[in-house]
Design a protein around this ligand. Structure first.
Ligand SMILES: O=C(O)CCC(=O)C(=O)O
Length: 268
């Protein structure tokens, strides 16, 4: 069996949708695992070219959030609040993502949010250390039964601001966060201590790779001062049993989710 999870059987390509034992162990230990070649090159090429067209148009029409980091570099963020019957909705509901999320969380799941985080060449801003559950909790969520799947649209590495993680930091549970420069970030005193205890790692990815990570995993990324794009799509899932008990934000509320077959988005 290949690590990329594609096996040949009776001349048919069968895709293993469930996480392997090794992936589950890594998730428990480190708070994440990387699936290489999660989307085929045809799929990721289509995804990238479609997203570049659509979202650059959305940017011109003020439908993209522009977030500045502390040095004034700007990251673009497009968020979808629901997963509709359209190209992006079908990606969030693709069985490859949904089954991984369900198996890792160990419960039925629904889509909490999905978004594109876009660092354009020479200007994409940094994200400071934070846990996603650090702020999601404030939106009426009681338990960290949530995770995200980051799919790299572009090759992402140290120079163009790939994700960085503190290995194993999800075990700390939720830490206090503060609001600074448009971002919700972990309090620096606690961050210093966490950095002493856990090793920081650059998660370098090829186009089409997927990173599955726990909602309490501390992560960040540098500004993109390179000449390359660094766009990533992040779909986040929540356990149905953990749906928000109050309405604070316009997204993340439970809606029944209809999973679709692998690659269904390519037909739309
Ligand atoms: O795009 C990135 O590098 C990080 C994005 C992120 O951490 C987030 O959206 O919560």
């Amino acid at each position: 069996m290949l690590d990329g999870m594609v096996s040949m059987k009776n001349n048919q390509i069968s895709i293993m949708l469930k996480p392997s034992e090794k992936e589950k162990e890594q998730y428990a230990l480190d708070g994440y695992f990387l699936r290489t070649n999660f989307f085929s090159s045809t799929e990721i090429d289509e995804f990238r070219s479609r997203a570049r067209d659509d979202l650059e148009k959305d940017l011109r029409n003020d439908k993209v959030m522009i977030k500045a980091d502390k040095d004034g570099n700007t990251t673009l963020l497009k968020m979808w609040y629901t997963a509709d019957d359209d190209f992006y909705g079908f990606i969030a509901r693709d069985e490859r993502l949904v089954i991984l999320a369900k198996e890792i969380i160990g419960d039925d799941v629904y889509i909490y949010s999905h978004k594109m985080t876009m660092k354009n060449p020479g200007e994409g801003g940094a994200w400071e250390w934070h846990q996603d559950y650090g702020y999601w909790h404030n939106y009426g969520l009681l338990a960290p039964d949530m995770l995200s799947i980051y799919i790299a649209l572009d090759k992402s590495h140290e120079k163009n601001g790939c994700l960085q993680v503190l290995n194993g930091s999800h075990k700390l549970g939720r830490l206090n966060h503060i609001r600074e420069n448009d971002q919700t970030i972990i309090d620096s005193e606690y961050l210093n201590e966490a950095e002493n205890r856990y090793t920081a790692k650059y998660v370098e990815m090829e186009e089409g790779d997927a990173l599955v990570f726990h909602c309490n995993l501390l992560h960040r990324s540098d500004a993109n001062l390179s000449k390359e794009h660094r766009w990533g799509y992040i779909a986040s899932y929540n356990a149905v049993s953990n749906k928000p008990f109050k309405k604070v934000r316009d997204y993340g509320h439970y809606q029944p989710m209809h999973m679709v077959q692998s690659g269904h988005f390519m037909e739309n």
